[in-house]
Structure formats: structure tokens, C-alpha cells
Design a protein around this ligand. Structure first.
Ligand code: SAM
Length: 339
């Protein structure tokens, strides 16, 4: 067993002594089981603390940060703050724990109010231990050393952009900053590309194990009424929870992935086309054509041409296909070797 100093873990019940990794893993399981049963640990919805994470997702973060409340070396980090629901909830549950939230407010913010709402909430709820980092997640992760000031990420909530690469980069760039006993909560695991990134990360990092997964039958945007309410009280758009398990105490468990990789392969086919940036609009137009919906086709054609207007100057100068973006790259270069 690894020599780890005994420390108190303050958690909404009696003080629990944790002195082995197995004890710690049991605490994580207990936190997740309790979340499955009871959902939120502290409910501040009446005070206006709302957002777009499932109540169980928030409840899990509330309980997990509690496991590190007495550890001055630990911190909480989240990518994807939106209006501050998860950041404020985590920070209030462990007032002694430094909490960081990264968001560049690039999406889901049509009125450009989310930064202001988050800042107001951090202040109104008195989350003095929370810091909002207004930045692209990749730039912020690259410069994390200066922010963390020697702390390690004990609870890491990934809820930003959900394309495969972003998911993977969130995991890889954080690796060197993770606490010996970290818990990684990956939101929106309903998406196949999110599950694939989790599975690929686990395959390459056997010292991490998945301890819990949960999915709902569709994205909340495609549900309504009682069905939507049910999943809003749960893990909403799915979750994968990973822990560091350096001693290999837990069995392998991987999220389900698709055997057909056509969409992943299409990334390469689309990326090399000169109009690649128009892909979402082009596929929406294809959909309208396929189902013979003339009104939708007209609307989609307009949206495509609008986007073309934005990318015209850049994309007109490219080849029709097989763009490699390698012009001007070195014809051969060595790294430096020490004398
Ligand atoms: C689903 S929301 C987060 C929800 C939030 N955790 C909550 O509890 O309500 C996703 C957030 O990721 C942010 N985001 C998207 N792309 C980003 C990027 N490249 N860097 C940083 N944040 C990004 C968006 O601005 C958005 O606020």
C-alpha cells in the first residue's frame, strides 16, 4: 500500500478517516450511491441557482468536493461554467477548497450575459473560494500551473465543448495536474463521441478506471414533459465518472462505443474539403433534400450561403479536395540533442 498521510475528510456527516486508496475509492462509491438515491445534497434552486446540468450531476459534485474539503493541496476544476450552477454549487459545499471554472462564453450565450450572471452569482452566494477563468479551455489548461499554485485537481468536471478532440484534450492536458486521488466527472456522455473519447483515454491510461456511467435515451432538447423532468432530476445527458486507481484495485469498465466508425472516418474526408467549415449547414441541407421538405431546403440553402459568405475569402483559395495545410512547413527538422 502506498504511504499516504492520514487525513480527515470532512463530509456532510461524521468525519471520515481515509488512509488507503481502497478506503478512498469506497468514499467515492458512497458519494455516488448516495447521489443516485437522493440527488442534490443542497438545493439552491429557490434562490435562483439554476443551469443546464442534471440534479444528480450537481449532487455528485457537491458530495465529491466534500471528500477533499480538508486537503489544502487539492482543488476543484471545471470546464464549462455557463451561468455558474456547478461552479457555485461545488464552491459552497467546500468553502475551504479552491475552485476554478473555465469558460470563454463562446456558446449557449446569445445575449452575451453569462459571464455577468456567473460573476453576480459568485458574489451573491458568497463563493469567495471560486475563481472564474474567462478563457478558451485549451489555453487555460496550458497555463494552469500559474493558476493552481501547487494545488492538484481532486475533482475535475468536464462540461465544455463535446467534440471528440476537445474531450480528449481536456483529459490529456489536465493529466499532469491531477491529484493522486482524483475523480473526473465527464458530462454529456450520452454523445457517442464523448463516450469514445472516454474509452480511448481509458485504453491509453490503465491507471484510470471508470467507476460509474449513466445515460438517458436522448438529448434533453429531444425530450419534453414528464420524460424531460425525470432526466433533469437525474444525470440529464449522461455521465462517465473516472478515478485514478494506480494500484489497479478496480476492474476494467468502459463506456459503450459504436463498432461502425464511419462518422469518425468522415472527419478526415470533410476536413480536407475546401468548404469544410460549412459542414453543419451542408448536412442540414442534405437532410432537407433527403426528406423532400422544400421549405426546410430553402431555409437550409439560405443558411449555407450565409455561412459561405463568412468563409468565402478563405475557402475560395483552397483546393477543391485533399487540402493538407502543409504549405510552408519544414522539409526536415531535428530536435535538439544535448552535447
Ligand atoms: C453545457 S455548458 C456548461 C453548463 C454548466 N456546467 C452548468 O452547470 O450549468 C457548456 C459551456 O462550455 C463553454 N465552452 C464551449 N466551448 C468552450 C471553449 N472552447 N473553451 C471554454 N469554454 C467553452 C460554453 O461557453 C458553455 O458555457
Amino acid at each position: 500500500m502506498k504511504a499516504i498521510s492520514r487525513r480527515d475528510v470532512l463530509w456532510h456527516g461524521p468525519v471520515v478517516m481515509v488512509d488507503s486508496n481502497l478506503d478512498f475509492l469506497k468514499q467515492v462509491f458512497q458519494a455516488l450511491r448516495e447521489t443516485e438515491k437522493d440527488g442534490l445534497l443542497t438545493d439552491r434552486r429557490d434562490e435562483g441557482l439554476t443551469g443546464i446540468s442534471g440534479l444528480k450531476t450537481v449532487g455528485a459534485l457537491q458530495r465529491l468536493v466534500g471528500l477533499f474539503a480538508g486537503d489544502p493541496r487539492a482543488c476543484y476544476l471545471e470546464i464549462g461554467v455557463f451561468q455558474g450552477l456547478t461552479l457555485v454549487s461545488a464552491a459552497l459545499q467546500a468553502p475551504g477548497l479552491a475552485c476554478f471554472g473555465i469558460d470563454n462564453f463562446a456558446t449557449l450565450d446569445p445575449d452575451e450575459k453569462n459571464k455577468e450572471i456567473t460573476t453576480e452569482r459568485l458574489q451573491r452566494f458568497g463563493a469567495a473560494n471560486a475563481t472564474l477563468i474567462d478563457s478558451d479551455f485549451e489555453a487555460a489548461l496550458a497555463g494552469l500551473d500559474a493558476r493552481l499554485d501547487g494545488r492538484k485537481i481532486a475533482v475535475y468536471f468536464i462540461d465544455g465543448p463535446h467534440d471528440y478532440r476537445s474531450q480528449m484534450v481536456c483529459l490529456l492536458l489536465a493529466l499532469g495536474h491531477l491529484h493522486d486521488r482524483c475523480v473526473i466527472v465527464i458530462d454529456d456522455a450520452n454523445y457517442a463521441c464523448v463516450r469514445q473519447a472516454t474509452a480511448d483515454f481509458l485504453a491509453g491510461h490503465p491507471d484510470f478506471k471508470m467507476v460509474f456511467e449513466a445515460y438517458s435515451p436522448a438529448h434533453p432538447a429531444n425530450m419534453e414533459g414528464a420524460e424531460l423532468e425525470r432526466w433533469e432530476e437525474g444525470w440529464l445527458n449522461g455521465v462517465n465518472v473516472l478515478v485514478r486507481d494506480a494500484e489497479g484495485l478496480l476492474p476494467d469498465m468502459v463506456p459503450p462505443t459504436e463498432s461502425d466508425k464511419t462518422r469518425h472516418f468522415n472527419e478526415w474526408l470533410v476536413h480536407r474539403l475546401r468548404r469544410a467549415e460549412l459542414a453543419p449547414e451542408a448536412v442540414a441541407l442534405a437532410d432537407a433534400i433527403c426528406i423532400g421538405d422544400m421549405a426546410a431546403e430553402e431555409k437550409a440553402r439560405k443558411a449555407l450561403l450565409e455561412k459561405y459568405g463568412i468563409w468565402r475569402d478563405v475557402s475560395d483559395g483552397r483546393y477543391r479536395d485533399r487540402n493538407t495545410y502543409s504549405t510552408g512547413l519544414t522539409e526536415g527538422r531535428f530536435t535538439n540533442i544535448p552535447d
